[in-house]
Design a protein around this ligand. Structure first.
Ligand code: FAD
Ligand code: UDP
Length: 376
């Protein structure tokens, strides 16, 4: 088979690049994925109760990028959706990210007011403070509060999710869910927050519906590569696997998802409830909140973190630590040496903790570089 581009992986990164190269430059693209479906980890499908389920964990779309929003809006209508998360602390459900409402829910009114004053005086109202920063704050009141939040919200959740303590990970990981000196209970504050009206898979199908794009599923790169002559390859799988683990395996974190349908209209009052301190799982998400469907039954996804074991489960999360970044850099240098033939991009190939919009933005930027004839 002779194509201009062989793209490995039909997730946000691979599908965006396939769409752009085919529709904007008339290039012939072969897009392969080892799974039996498109959409990568954003894949969704209807279950036997006709509820739209995210097979690889709950995916909530949010972005501040006009470019990404405008681009994806060509392929889907949207259902506005603001995600809310509650965390169970001492048996009480409080807003996550931890905010002033969480503070008042957990402390008496006088103590909460004093802590609020201390937070506002130190950082200002409306400011987001990563927990590891708040722990450096100095004053007695804030130190007490920082330690309380660290112990009750972050420490055990992070130990479960990563098998590491918060300070062993890059600060950006816990910084994704900063303490928010505000009464805004939403999980995200991005300009655009919405779900594809008919689901992610339908959106991907429209992206890939082009005569120049051929999609081959259940196809691994190493199986297909010998029989394809491609001008260039874009590889969105794990970078260490591509290079045969020659510098050692990069660590990833995996999850087991438990799907459970209950014969009640709702189990939770919000989309997700986090359990930082109890149980082996981290969080439960009620899919109906994400899809907006109404039904007498409801399907829950419970996430059980696991070590990644190649061949047994999927590499969902790169693990952002200094040592892993140094190991990745060695693979990145190998990638540079073959950049005229193979381009690496995406959450697994860049070994970066991208959200969906970041994966899409990365792909759009890469396409612009390719289109401008700049080296990538
Ligand atoms: P992927 O979606 O992982 O796609 C890579 C594809 O490559 C896969 O389909 C894989 O099968 C294929 N592949 C790999 N190796 C090979 C090979 N050798 N041969 C053939 N095919 C191969 N982001 C958000 O913005 N909001 C959220 O709420 C959110 N929730 C998440 C929840 C979970 C549990 C997880 C794991 C991620 C979540 N994300 C979320 C992140 C989101 O999934 C990623 O940003 C996005 O999927 C990255 O797209 P990608 O194309 O780079 O990678
Ligand atoms: N986190 C935590 N407690 C929470 C929520 C998040 O400790 O209640 C930490 C944890 O380390 C987690 C990280 O913040 O892995 C990022 O959380 P996010 O919800 O963004 O994770 P994702 O949705 O990507 O799994």
């Amino acid at each position: 088979m002779n194509v201009d581009w062989l793209i490995v992986g039909a997730g946000f990164t691979g599908a965006t690049l396939a769409e752009r190269l085919a529709s904007q430059r008339g290039e012939r693209v072969l897009l392969v994925d080892q799974r039996g479906h498109i959409a990568g980890n954003a894949y969704d499908e209807h279950n036997e109760h006709d509820l739209l389920i995210h097979l690889y964990g709950p995916h909530i779309f949010h972005t501040n990028s006009d470019k990404v929003w405008t681009y994806l809006s060509q392929f889907t209508a949207w259902r506005p959706y603001q995600h809310h998360v509650l965390g169970v602390i001492d048996g009480i459900q409080v807003p996550i990210p931890f905010n002033l409402n969480s503070l008042y829910a957990l402390f008496g009114p006088q103590q909460a007011a004093r802590l609020e004053d201390a937070l506002v005086a130190r950082y200002g109202f409306g400011v987001k403070v990563p927990i590891l920063k708040l722990r450096e704050s100095g004053s007695d009141d804030l130190q007490f509060l920082a330690d309380f939040i660290y112990r009750n919200v972050f420490l055990n959740y992070t130990l479960k999710q990563w098998g590491l303590r918060p300070e062993e990970l890059d600060a950006s990981v816990t910084g994704r869910v900063p303490v928010y000196i505000s009464r805004d209970n939403r999980y995200f504050q991005d300009t655009y927050q919405a779900m594809p009206a008919q689901g992610y898979t339908r959106m991907f199908r429209r992206m890939l519906d082009h005569p120049n794009i051929r999609v081959m599923l259940n196809t691994r790169y190493d199986e297909i590569a010998p029989s394809v002559t491609a001008g260039r390859v874009i590889y969105t799988g794990p970078i260490d696997e591509y290079f045969g683990f020659r510098h050692g395996a990069l660590p990833y974190r995996s999850l087991h998802f438990d799907f459970d349908t209950r014969h009640v209209e709702h189990v939770q009052t919000v989309g997700t409830v986090n359990y930082p301190n109890d149980y082996a799982f981290t969080r439960m998400t009620e899919q109906k909140y994400l899809s907006g469907q109404r039904a007498p039954v409801t399907t829950m996804i419970t996430e059980y973190p696991q070590p990644y074991v190649r061949g047994h489960n999927d590499p969902y999360y790169p693990v952002p630590t200094d040592a892993n970044r140094a190991l990745y850099d060695r693979y990145a240098r190998d990638a540079e040496a073959i950049a005229d033939r193979v381009i690496f991009a995406g959450r697994l190939a860049d070994y970066r903790y991208y959200n969906m919009d970041q994966a899409c933005a990365r792909a759009l930027a890469l396409f612009e570089q390719i289109a401008a004839g700049h080296p990538v």
